[in-house]
Ligand binder design. Structure first.
Ligand code: COI
Length: 363
C-alpha cells in the first residue's frame, strides 16, 4: 500500500551510533502515554561549528550539558519541527511528508539567521533513529511516534548576535491525541501572535512562548485555545492556538491564506489537497470575524476545526468573541472534517492507497 521512495543515505557512514544497553520501552504502554512526556530510547545530534556541520551521532536519550550563557536561552535563536511516524498493521514504518518538514525547517533557519541543515543529516539521522526506536511507535488507531527535530544556537556568550555554533537534535515520543476532547476557542482581539514582516510563518520557538499568556487568560474564561487575529486591525482570523484554522462555510472549505503571519502547515496543505481532489470548493483567503458572526447567524458555519501535526484534526465546538459564545453544529454531523480525519489516518496507517505519495517508508 505504501508509496516507496528509496532514500539514498549518504551520511549513514558518518553517523556514530551508540545504542542503549537497556531499552526502556517495556516500562511503557506506548499506546497509552500522555502526549510529549515519555521519550524513546535514542536521540540524534549533529553539531555545527567553524562554518560547517561536523559530528553526527545517535546516542541513548539523555540530558544536555550546557552553559547558562548558551545563546538560545537568552535570545531565542531556536527553531523546531514536528512530524509523525506510523506503523502499519504489517509492521511497516513510515513517516508522513518528512521532506516537507525538512524544507520548512530550513526556511525557518534562514529567517532566524541559522545555518541550514543538510538533507543527508536531517533525513539520514531521522531514518537511523527510527530504525533503532521502531518499537516505540504506537499501533493504536490514533497513535503515532511524534518526532521533534530542533536547531538551537549554542554559543556561550552574552551579546545579541547570530551564534557561531549550533546543535541540530531529533528526539521522539509516542503520542496519542493532543486534545482529548473537541475544543472551545476564544477570538483574541488584544494580544498578537505575529505581525507582517515578523516570524509568524516559521517555527521559531518564541512564537509559542509568546502565545502562553493570552492562552492562559482564555483558559480562565473556559476556553482551551485562542483564535489569533491580524496584528494591524484585529478583524481577520489567522490561526487557532498552535494550529491552522479551517471552516466549512455553506459547502466551501475556507482557510486563511498564507502570509508572513501564518505557518505553512503540512497538515493544512494535506487537507486542502484532499479536499480539492474530492472536488470540494476550497478558498484560501482572508476571513473576517464579521463573516463568521454573520455566517453563524445564518446557520452557514457548518464546521470549524484546527489542523496541525500534533493535533491532526481538532474539532472546534464553539467560538467566543468578546462576551458572546457561538456554539457550532455537533461534531458527529460534520461530514467533511470527519471524513478527512479518517482518510488521513488510513493513509498514514497504510490502510488505503497513498495516491499523493505522502508516506516516506523507512527501510
Ligand atoms: C505541532 O503540531 O507539531 C506543533 O509544533 C505544535 C505544538 C506541539 C507545539
Amino acid at each position: 500500500m505504501f508509496n516507496t521512495i528509496d532514500y539514498i543515505m549518504t551520511a549513514n557512514a558518518d553517523i556514530k551510533i551508540e545504542k542503549t544497553t537497556q531499552s526502556r520501552v517495556k516500562d511503557y504502554d506506548v499506546n497509552n502515554v500522555p502526549f510529549g512526556k515519555c521519550f524513546s530510547d535514542h536521540m540524534f545530534i549533529a553539531e555545527y561549528a567553524d562554518g560547517k556541520w561536523n559530528k553526527a551521532s545517535i546516542m541513548p536519550y539523555q540530558d544536555m550539558p550546557m552553559s547558562y550563557s548558551m545563546a538560545a536561552l537568552h535570545y531565542g535563536q531556536a527553531i523546531f519541527e514536528g512530524m509523525k511516524a506510523y506503523k502499519s498493521d504489517s509492521g511497516e514504518v513510515s513517516i508522513f511528508r518528512p521532506i516537507d518538514n525538512f524544507n520548512r525547517m530550513n526556511k525557518s533557519a534562514i529567517r532566524m539567521a541559522m545555518p541550514e541543515v543538510p538533507e543527508e543529516i536531517f533525513m539520514g539521522g531521522l531514518i537511523e533513529l527510527l530504525k533503532l526506536d521502531s518499537a516505540w511507535i504506537p499501533t493504536s488507531e490514533t497513535g503515532s511516534l511524534y518526532i521533534r527535530p530542533f536547531l538551537i544556537s549554542t554559543d556561550e556568550a552574552i551579546g545579541v548576535k547570530a551564534s557561531e555554533t549550533y546543535k541540530f537534535v531529533i528526539i521522539t515520543c509516542p503520542a496519542g491525541k493532543y486534545y482529548a476532547e473537541p475544543i472551545k476557542v476564544l477570538i483574541e482581539t488584544n494580544y498578537i501572535r505575529a505581525v507582517q514582516g515578523g516570524v509568524g510563518y516559521v517555527k521559531a520557538a518564541g512564537n509559542y512562548g509568546r502565545s502562553l499568556y493570552p492562552t492562559k487568560l482564555a483558559q480562565q474564561k473556559g476556553y482551551q485555545q485562542v483564535i489569533w487575529t491580524d496584528g494591524a486591525t484585529h478583524s481577520f482570523l489567522e490561526e487557532s492556538g498552535t494550529m491552522n484554522l479551517m471552516f466549512v462555510i455553506g459547502d466551501t472549505l475556507v482557510t486563511p491564506a498564507l502570509s508572513d503571519t501564518i505557518l505553512d502547515g503540512i497538515t493544512r496543505r494535506s487537507v486542502l489537497a484532499l479536499a480539492r481532489d474530492w472536488g470540494m470548493n476550497v478558498e484560501e483567503r482572508k476571513i473576517s470575524i464579521q463573516e463568521i458572526l454573520d455566517g453563524h447567524a445564518k446557520g452557514l458555519i457548518k464546521e470549524a476545526f484546527g489542523v496541525g501535526t500534533a493535533a491532526t484534526i481538532a474539532q472546534i465546538i464553539g467560538i467566543g468573541h468578546v462576551d458572546n459564545y457561538y456554539p457550532l453544529p455537533a461534531v458527529e454531523e460534520r461530514e467533511f472534517s470527519n471524513k478527512i480525519d479518517v482518510t488521513l489516518r488510513n493513509i498514514r496507517k497504510g490502510k488505503v492507497e497513498d495516491k499523493m505519495g505522502w508516506m516516506f517508508k523507512v527501510k
